[in-house]
Design a protein around this ligand. Structure first.
Ligand SMILES: CSC[C@@H](O)[C@@H](O)C(=O)COP(=O)(O)O
Ligand SMILES: [Zn+2]
Length: 247
């Protein structure tokens, strides 16, 4: 049990800190400041509109998560959840009673439904940040590549993508392969196939979700962001090239 939690012996429930201490910092690069700023930016480029999409950042033993179902461009630091890392089990909504939080907002909010998906990037790739976008370029790519892989080559922006999302950068000579998984009615239910795809494609920097979007991660929030930008560019260009019959 961490310092911000205490257990009420009578009711046997965990009382979580709802103070703003863990999400208040004058440092603009503190995750609780960065998540609202990046979500605002992602909203302006169509990655996180209509409450969809988002980003989670891991700072050592803490994971910072945005709230669920809210206008992502209007999140404030005090709306951010803080979870301890690592945890023996991924924090699934279906295990709500046993999940541990270091900090919850004082107003009634739920943590992002993407939490178990972000967690897969932290656990399987040791990522420090994971971005989920609803970019139409990603969605179109999953429609024009009907199989279980998006493939593209001979484009300069491939050089901005890392092997596995966290290792060395790819070269112009390398073919980019991104696995595609099928969407599910509930976000949480994507976890199983996302984990399977990450294991089957250990060198892939992202996982596309058909008719939904993409999960991209990196060894830092900066790297996750620039890789997501390179991949989005490649999805957009791939779609245009395929429609122009020049692929
Ligand atoms: C427009 S609803 C989108 C959600 O179901 C989900 O796909 C999503 O990306 C965001 O989930 P959230 O729980 O709001 O963080
Ligand atoms: Zn989504």
């Amino acid at each position: 049990m961490n310092s911000t939690e205490s257990r009420d012996k009578k009711s046997n429930t965990t009382i979580v800190d709802t103070s703003d201490d863990l999400v208040t910092s004058p440092d603009p690069t503190h995750p609780a400041n960065l998540i609202p700023e990046l979500c605002r930016h992602f909203w302006t480029i169509g990655w996180a509109t209509g409450t969809g999409g988002g980003i989670s950042i891991r700072d050592d033993d803490k994971v910072y998560i945005a709230p669920s179902g809210v206008q992502k461009e209007r999140i404030k630091p005090e709306h951010i959840f803080v979870l301890p890392y690592p945890q023996s089990e991924p924090p699934l909504a279906s295990t709500a009673d046993t999940r541990t939080f270091l900090r919850k907002p004082s107003i009634p909010l739920k943590e992002s439904a993407c939490t178990p998906l972000f967690w897969a990037a932290f656990d399987l790739r040791d990522a420090k940040a994971c971005i989920h976008t609803h970019s139409q370029h990603a969605v179109m790519a999953t429609l024009l590549w009907p199989g279980n892989e998006f493939r593209i080559e001979k484009l300069e922006m491939i050089k901005g993508v890392r092997w596995g999302g966290v290792e060395g950068t790819m070269t112009y000579e390398d073919e980019l392969v991104v696995p595609i998984i099928e969407n599910t009615p509930l976000e949480e239910d994507l976890r199983h196939t996302l984990v399977e795809a990450m294991k089957a494609y250990p060198k892939a920097a992202a996982v596309l979700v058909r008719r939904h979007g993409v999960y991209v991660w990196g060894p830092s929030w900066e790297s996750a962001k620039t890789q997501a930008e390179c991949l989005d560019y490649l999805f957009e260009l791939g779609v245009k090239m395929k429609l122009a019959n020049v692929l």
